[in-house]
Unconditional design. Structure first.
Length: 531
């Protein structure tokens, strides 16, 4: 077991630090709060924590606009708090992964202040400056991911700077080698402190077309979509040379033992898998977000798993994600019953699962009143359902006034059901989704077939049922998931060995012996053990 890297056999848990635990009662979560909740994560059984950005930031994009990569924002604490947290994480046998945001800085980062100071400043070329188009408008048609043009005119120097996101997030020029060196030094700064790896923000954006050609129109665009979809992002991201940068980052990581490089990549499968790099010298785990965007039914998911397994390069390690701080929660997308099935799917597929905080207590749709909106994307493009606040609301710990998250009003509202939907209450209910997550984590940890074993889809899969086998040496399990709203019966493959239910999503069939025919209730998933 120990020769399999921790990031292959383990489970990652994403924390959005503003919303996990507030320890100083300012309504915003912090590092000391995370430290206070580590025992919960040990109880849940996860292996690694990924923290969304905690660095000094004016918070235009809630920390994804970094003004100092080597210091902790006072909202979250101090460098000393960070060191204390890291020590406690390690003491409990957990790992800590930081969020590295290299594509852009904050507009108030000293590098950008220098860069914008004059056209001949030594840091001018650290960012992407272009002359206006002949009509005085932006240099090309590239759009911001948060709506509107991706270029902002700097009146003083008469040039535009490029920002793939907010105008407060100017893109660095990764073709400039001094930028790369400065960024790799930052990686070393945190690696030397002992962090176990990085999730790299929008890694596929780092290099842009060097001729800055216009993006082609997207024929499938309609005005109900985010404006970024007006054009296909052919020239503004996913350029061939980006793989050199990813390989360089990997080199830095590899000079330290046992660290992980995860890349945030929203691309179709065939493009996504290129980020493993030539000879697997790229990201260890290019995040696989396909479950977020695939229609939630047995057939689509079966073919997604099949296509992904086929697309993976030899030796490339798979990974799966159900949600994150940018995507509607799984409970909101598929409903509470199917959210339990989704948990079983995530935790029984081949590859590293990443859990998103709060999914384990079934947080789902939380309406944010217009006057409470925080997300800059929702503010820029209101009414299209793009807002990311609903998936960033505070963790619900107990039934006290602010759900044990804080003693004052939190920065985002709690879910309506916080008096019952909270860790303390759900821990006491044997069949709660929280206890289901914990059991799934536990069985995955105990059975190598479920974490690192081979995957094979079973022929009995149908429009309603997805069934697959996981196998590692003599250890063999079958997972059967009913995506439908009615009962069903599945004929399991013939076998000599006796079979019984190891775990059902309903948590009430442990040890039940199974013959050839397995009966499932609506929305039910089961793990069947052999022998
Ligand atoms: C990533 C982050 C998202 C952020 C964006 C710009 O997609 O996950 O939260 O807004 O990058 O940094």
């Amino acid at each position: 077991m120990t020769e399999i890297a921790w990031w292959k056999r383990g489970i990652v848990y994403q924390i959005y630090p503003r919303s996990f635990q507030d320890s100083n009662n300012d309504g915003i979560g912090d590092l000391e709060g995370v430290r206070q909740r580590l025992d919960y994560l040990v109880w849940l059984g996860v292996d690694a924590i990924w923290l969304s950005p905690i660095f000094v930031s004016p918070m235009a994009d809630f920390g994804y606009d970094v003004a100092d990569y080597r210091a902790i924002d006072p909202i979250f604490g101090t460098l000393e708090d960070f060191d204390d947290l890291l020590a406690d994480v390690h003491k409990r046998g957990l790992k800590l992964i930081l969020d590295f945001v290299p594509n852009h800085t904050s507009v108030v980062h000293p590098w950008f202040l220098d860069s914008r100071a004059s056209r001949d400043n030594a840091k001018r070329d650290w960012y992407i400056w272009r002359d206006p188009a002949p009509d005085g408008g932006p240099p090309n048609n590239w759009l911001s991911n948060f709506g509107g043009p991706a270029w902002t005119l700097d009146g003083a120097s008469g040039q535009y700077y490029y920002h793939a996101f907010l105008s407060q997030q100017p893109d660095l020029n990764w073709r400039n080698l001094a930028v790369r060196d400065a960024m790799y030094d930052i990686l070393r700064f945190w690696l030397d402190r002992g962090v176990d790896g990085f999730r790299v923000d929008v890694i596929w954006h780092l290099i842009k077309d060097d001729a800055f050609r216009d993006n082609p129109p997207n024929p499938a665009y309609d005005s109900k979509q985010a404006e970024i979809n007006r054009y296909l992002q052919v020239h503004s991201a996913d350029q061939a040379d980006v793989h050199d940068v990813v390989a360089e980052m990997r080199n830095v990581i590899d000079t330290y033992p046992d660290r992980v490089l995860i890349g945030e990549i929203y691309l179709p499968l065939e493009r996504l898998v290129t980020y493993y790099g030539n000879g697997l010298a790229g990201a260890h785990l290019p995040f696989n977000f396909q479950l977020i965007h695939t229609a939630w039914n047995a057939r689509e998911i079966a073919s997604l798993i099949h296509d992904y397994e086929i697309a993976l390069p030899e030796g490339g390690w798979p990974n799966w994600v159900l949600g994150n701080h940018d995507q509607p929660r799984i409970g909101a997308r598929v409903g509470q019953d199917q959210a339990r099935l989704a948990a079983m799917l995530l935790l029984t597929l081949r590859g590293t699962p990443t859990l998103y905080y709060g999914d384990e207590i079934g947080l789902n749709k939380i309406e944010i009143a217009p006057e409470l909106v925080q997300d800059p994307w929702e503010k820029n493009e209101p009414g299209l359902g793009l807002g990311r606040d609903p998936e960033r609301t505070p963790m619900q710990w107990d039934s006290s006034h602010y759900a044990g998250f804080s003693k004052v009003e939190p920065w985002l509202p709690l879910g309506l059901s916080s008096s019952s939907c909270n860790v303390a209450a759900l821990r006491e209910i044997p069949r709660s989704i929280l206890n289901l997550y914990r059991r799934l984590v536990d069985v995955r940890r105990k059975h190598l077939a479920l974490s690192v074993g081979d995957y094979a889809q079973l022929a009995v899969s149908s429009a309603q049922v997805l069934a697959y086998e996981r196998e590692f040496g003599a250890d063999r399990h079958v997972v059967v998931l009913n995506f439908g709203h009615c009962d069903c019966e599945v004929a399991l493959p013939q076998t000599e060995s006796p079979r019984c239910i190891l775990l059902s999503t309903c948590l009430d069939r442990d040890g039940e012996p199974i013959g050839r025919i397995l009966k499932l209730r609506p929305h039910e998933g089961v793990i069947v053990a052999y022998g």
